[in-house]
Design a protein around this ligand. Structure first.
Ligand code: IPM
Ligand code: MN
Length: 352
């Protein structure tokens, strides 16, 4: 098949890891007889510097017409002035909103060889396989905000439709997995969480009576993720809670550098990015772990192009590179490590 990727590499280590993801996609495309093309556009701080805005209109246009969008990372200290009204993160939030990718899938899976790289005990993390569904285009991230003499505020608001569509997607996924869905909220305090609880309970009772469904408060969930993470299957939650819990959950796998994510909507191109940020402290040194970006590219093949076999080929190649002992610094535990390019090359090597 022919497929077009929009590539918005962004800032910091974004370009280094995205370069490896593009190389892996090119290799897998060639092997399976596909014609993949890539169109690069600016986003984030790089776009602010070049065009004065974190999300130029030609970037949005290229992303809209692509089959899938590969994103690196946005942000960095040079654009971090809290008083500046323009921030790199607005580029990413704006793109998620423009593409209406309301569901952010973040799989947390432990490679057996990396169980020792987690700060948690191997007996706690072994066998963890959680799929987070983070609501991505609503809630406090997009709520009305302002500054007045009294302080600053930002509103958390959800409507039934926003809750239903993400809970339904998560429930569908749970049915193809171990049949367990956990909804995480703060219903003991927040009104929008109480709406989540009502809407989700009704929908599950009506459409998914066979799912093992439960609800957990977000503070307790923070604790359970480090005490008994193997118990969870699919977890669905609001934007801000999902942001925080998935960074926490990444430590189960040993490194944030391993975690991919897919953001999808009802139709249109999906947005694929590593969960990690721009890591300005190591940017430009070629040391960053490219596996999250590479695994995100695999998710693009699966979710936007329907190329399951090719997605699995990339995931197996990543596993093979890990099994062969290759480690970037973040997962090396102080032992010998390789750079981004060597890790990318090892994955490509393992593809064949
Ligand atoms: C993420 C990031 C973003 C978020 C930032 C960079 C805006 O932390 O994708 O998790 O908060 O959603
Ligand atoms: Mn985050």
């Amino acid at each position: 098949m022919k497929a077009q990727f929009a590539v918005v590499a962004g800032d910091g280590i974004g370009p280094e890891v995205t370069e490896q993801a593009v190389a892996v996609l090119t290799a897998v495309g060639a092997q399976h007889g596909h014609e993949f093309s890539f169109e690069e556009r600016l986003i984030g701080g790089a776009a602010i510097d070049a065009a004065g805005t974190p999300l130029p209109s030609d970037t949005v246009a290229a992303c809209r017409t692509a089959d899938a969008v590969l994103l690196g990372a946005v942000g960095g200290p040079q654009w971090d002035d809290p008083k500046s009204p323009i921030r790199p993160e607005q580029g990413l939030l704006g793109l998620r909103s423009e593409l209406e990718v309301f569901a952010n899938l973040r799989p947390i899976r432990v490679f057996p060889e990396l169980a020792g790289a987690s700060p948690l005990r191997p007996d706690i993390v072994s066998g963890v396989d959680i799929l987070f569904y983070r609501e991505l285009t609503g809630g406090i991230y997009f709520g009305e905000s302002g500054i007045d003499e009294g302080g600053a505020y930002q509103v958390m608001r959800y409507n039934r439709h926003e809750i239903e569509r993400i809970v339904r997607m998560a429930a569908d996924a749970a049915q193809t997995r171990r049949g367990r869905l956990t909804m995480v909220d703060k219903a003991n305090v927040l009104e929008p969480s109480r709406l989540w609880r009502t809407v989700a309970a009704e929908l599950i009772a009506e459409e998914y009576p066979n799912l093992a469904y439960d609800v957990v408060l977000v503070d307790a969930m923070a604790m359970y993720l480090v005490s008994h993470p193997t118990e969870f299957d699919v977890v669905v939650t609001a934007n801000l809670f999902g942001d925080i819990l998935t960074d926490e959950a990444s430590m189960i796998t040993g490194s944030l550098g391993m975690l991919p994510s897919a953001s999808v909507g009802a139709s249109g191109p999906g947005l694929y990015e590593p969960v990690h940020g721009s890591a300005p402290d190591i940017a430009g040194e070629g040391l960053a772990n490219p596996l999250a970006a590479i695994l995100a590219a695999a998710m693009a093949l699966r979710h936007s192009l329907g190329l399951e076999k090719e997605a699995l080929a990339i995931e197996s190649a990543v596993a093979a590179a890990i099994t062969a002992g290759l480690r970037t610094a973040d997962i090396a535990g102080g032992g010998p490590s390789v750079g981004s390019a060597e890790m990318g090359a090892a994955v490509i090597e393992a593809l064949s």
